[in-house]
Write a protein that binds this ligand. Structure first.
Ligand code: NDP
Ligand code: DGY
Length: 330
């Protein structure tokens, strides 16, 4: 007279993720895990199929979780766990309306992302990709006093747009390079946090005008969408180096191309673009003074493993109505 087996909850995982997190889900005994078992993004129709009737979804920043997806999921959906700290791909208002909980991955990727941003800044300011190229294509003929000069951090002014977890971690790492002054901007001054780097809160125009290095580490929101445009690039120093490790859409890329190709600013380093990947015929890819990386801020083995575990734990806690290790408060 056996008891009916407890009904397993349906979970959809939208990509291959590090094994450690995936195993946690498989071994939890509470869910039936379906996965888009590929390194490539799930096609929209497969996402809709996978999420239909699901109780939980583990997604990546490449999946737009919008009204259509939420409607397709239906009433069963309790939790969305994203393998990212950024959540601009989630329709937060729609999610809120439906009482769905959201898990994300703050803190665990802060160090890796800050480190990559510093690497990108140095590579851009000191022209490393260009320099490496000259060694390979016989342009390196001799040591030349004026060859491949760039810009150094020593005595510089660094402007951080968004002094959040990652912004502060970047500034903290740059300070020992001899930065003279940190400026920052955001929604409001944060004197306690800025004290560590003696950061001065300024309006964005002043930050653009006075910084030798401008670093974007803010969230993508309706307020920051297209924030760096013609007007701001025009205010920047001709010698300024612009670095973006936030989201591509914070920058108007046409305006950035114009600024870089006309010498309005010196160089740009982008870990993020809009769209991703950037099409091969995109004008920014034709510029020597633009270093573009394929969104690798958090890409260390250890960080991605930790992210997979945290994402799985967030999901399981959401399914069972427990406290999540990292729940987005909105
Ligand atoms: P935080 O929430 O700690 O920081 C976000 C920052 O954005 C805050 O300082 C906030 O300022 C700022 N911000 C919000 N609105 C505005 C605005 N209108 N103008 C200027 N600044 C604004 O997040 P994290 O530091 O953990 O992550 C930041 C972002 O980095 C993520 O949202 C994600 O998009 C991106 N990211 C990219 C990675 C990569 O691989 N390249 C890896 C990880 C994250 P305030 O404090 O004043 O509210
Ligand atoms: C994020 O987490 O938002 C990044 O862009 C990828 O780690």
């Amino acid at each position: 007279f056996g008891m009916a087996a407890p009904q397993l909850m349906k979970v959809f995982v939208t990509r291959r993720i590090p094994q450690e997190g995936f195993e946690l889900l498989k071994q939890s005994g509470i869910c039936d895990v379906q996965q888009w078992d590929s390194d490539e993004p799930v096609p929209r129709e497969e996402l809709l199929k996978g999420i239909s009737g699901a109780h939980g979804v583990l997604c990546l920043l490449s999946e737009k979780i919008d009204k259509e997806v939420l409607d397709t999921a239906g009433n069963s959906l309790k939790v969305i766990s994203t393998f990212s700290v950024g959540y601009d791909h989630l329709a937060i208002e729609e999610i809120k309306k439906r009482g769905i909980r959201v898990g994300y991955t703050p803190d665990v990727l802060t160090d890796a992302t800050a480190e990559l941003t510093v690497a990108l800044l140095l590579a851009t300011a000191r022209r490393l990709p260009e320099a490496v190229e000259t060694v390979k294509n016989s342009e390196w003929t001799t040591w030349k006093p004026l060859h491949l000069c760039g810009y150094g951090l020593s005595n510089s002014t660094v402007g951080v747009v968004g002094l959040g977890r990652i912004g502060l971690a970047i500034a903290r790492r740059l300070k020992p390079f001899g930065v003279r002054k940190f400026l920052y901007t955001g929604q409001q001054p944060k004197p306690e946090i800025a004290a560590e780097i003696e950061g001065q809160f300024v309006p964005i125009n002043q930050l653009a005008e006075e910084s030798d290095f401008v670093i974007l580490s803010c969230a993508l929101t309706p307020q920051t969408q297209g924030l760096f445009n013609k007007q701001l690039f025009a205010k920047m120093k001709k010698t300024a180096v612009f670095i973006n490790s936030s989201r591509g859409a914070v920058v108007n890329q046409e305006d950035l191309y114009h600024a870089l190709s006309t010498g309005q600013i010196a160089a740009a380093g982008l870990d993020v673009t809009d769209p991703e990947p950037l099409p091969l015929n995109h004008p920014l890819l034709s510029l020597k003074n633009c270093v573009i990386l394929p969104h690798i801020g958090s890409a260390t083995y250890a960080t991605r493993t930790t992210m997979s575990i945290l994402t799985a734990r967030n999901l399981l806690a959401g399914l069972t109505g427990q406290e999540m290790p990292s729940e987005l408060q909105f």
